[in-house]
Design a protein around this ligand. Structure first.
Ligand code: ADP
Ligand code: X15
Length: 401
């Protein structure tokens, strides 16, 4: 990699500032899916096993007013991390000042400390000042002054230009390195986009075309096929003059969809048939229809012929990137298309299969096929930004080798 990695840094006896993405679901003070914490363990372990003092920073949720803070404390995450590492983790409930500085001074080699949610800095004295999210230069400088070196392992946050990732890194030139998770994400997503083993097939789904236009545009030049499912498919239907009934359509994106279709030729693969419903409800009346969708009906999942067609396109693929569900996956009656595609990807043992995005990740986990896929990205927005071919500020700020 062209960037410094954690293995390039001196660690023994050093105060190692680490940005991780511990933005995990928390309910009633208990961490739900801890995948992002587990994914950061190799780098944390490497740092402490090599005599570093690991000082961890992460955001959690979004803080816009003082009352948001108590529910978004990182304390439950410190407890989970401590269990996973099987050693104590010092939790510091503030983001600056003497209490934090004293706690860092008291650390010994191999100790782990977690700083309070960096977005506590976004609200000061009741005012939304966005010190963290606005990358306040003084804040990045202050946090950088607390350590000797910096390791950024927060891929999920890499599309943000915030004080705790970009701010710290820019104040530590030559000493800001990527962690193992960051390295792994860059390797898989980077190779898929820039150097894929072919055929390279992208599967895009989810609600809106508008969220993924940049991705389609970028991948049209790089992928051999782009499969489109989910709500976004019906804006393409409208662009082709196929009747969409009450399906989700972004009217102001029909022209863009037409341009994409013209450019794509047969590279773009749309659903042949769909499961349509008479209302947006799991208990709706449903039927499978090919092509035109009548008024009063909305497409909420891809149909069985579409699944077969998509599988046919995927079967010889050597690289597959998947982002976004094929239907309204939250409702069991419209989850089948997403689940079938996830299951099929699990059978492609000769291919590099990469999944990004909250819902597609949830689908492959629920199916139990996550282990059969090559890489499940820890970033939704970050992986999309990568697939758009855009620079991620968090990665750009890491020191070059
Ligand atoms: N046919 C459809 N009609 C309406 N909404 C849909 C349809 N297909 C998928 N969706 C919705 O798209 C949302 C997920 O989109 P998105 O956020 O882009 O995916 P991801 O979380 O994987 O990045 C889900 O809430 C899902 O219900
Ligand atoms: O969970 C995240 O984004 P994601 O759901 O798009 O992966 C990241 O932690 C970024 O969080 P943010 O979108 O509040 O800046």
């Amino acid at each position: 990699m062209a960037k410094l990695t954690v293995e390039d840094l001196p660690l023994e006896g050093k105060k190692v500032l680490m940005r991780v993405d511990f933005n995990v679901p928390i309910k009633d003070g208990v961490v739900g899916d801890d995948n992002r914490i587990v994914a950061a363990l190799p780098t944390i372990k490497y740092v402490i096993d090599n005599g570093g003092r690991a000082i961890l920073f992460s955001h959690l949720g979004r803080i816009k007013k003082e009352e948001d803070k108590p529910g978004l404390s990182l304390r439950p995450v410190a407890e989970r991390l401590s269990n996973l590492l099987n050693k104590p983790v010092t939790f510091v409930p503030v983001t600056e000042g003497k209490q934090l500085e004293d706690a860092i001074d008291n650390m010994k080699n191999g100790d782990v400390l977690l700083v309070q949610n960096t977005r506590y800095e976004d609200v000061k004295d009741g005012e939304y000042v966005k010190r963290e999210s606005g990358n306040d230069p003084e804040l990045g400088k202050y946090w950088a002054s607390l350590g000797d070196v910096f390791v950024n392992d927060a891929f999920g946050t890499a599309h943000r230009k915030h004080a705790s990732n970009v701010g710290i890194a820019t104040n530590m030139p030559g000493k800001a390195a990527a962690g193992y998770l960051m390295e792994k994400e860059i390797k898989f997503l980077g190779d898929a986009v820039d150097n894929p083993e072919r055929p390279f097939v992208a599967i895009l789904g989810g609600a809106k075309v508008s969220d993924k236009i940049g991705v389609i545009d970028n991948l049209l030049d790089k992928a051999d096929k782009i499969i489109i499912g989910g709500g976004m498919a019906y804006t393409f239907y409208a662009a082709k003059g196929i009747k969409v009934g009450n399906s989700l359509v972004e009217k102001d994106k029909i022209d863009v969809a037409k341009q994409i279709l013209d450019k794509a030729g047969d590279k773009l693969v749309l659903p042949i048939d769909n499961v349509v419903a008479d209302k947006f409800n799991n208990d709706a009346d449903t039927k499978v229809v090919e092509g035109d969708i009548d008024d009063g009906w909305m497409a909420l999942d891809i149909g069985p012929k579409s699944v077969k067609e998509f599988e046919n396109v995927l079967k010889d693929a050597k690289t597959v990137v998947w982002n976004g569900p094929m239907g309204v996956f939250e409702m069991p009656n419209f989850a089948k298309g997403t689940l079938e595609i996830g299951k099929f990807l699990g059978t492609l043992t000769d291919a590099t299969t990469i999944v990004g995005g909250g819902d597609s990740t949830a689908a492959v986990k629920e199916l139990g096929v996550a282990d059969k896929l090559t890489h499940i990205s820890t970033g939704g927005g970050a992986s999309l930004t990568y697939l758009e071919g855009k620079e991620l500020p968090g990665i750009a700020a890491i020191s070059d080798k």
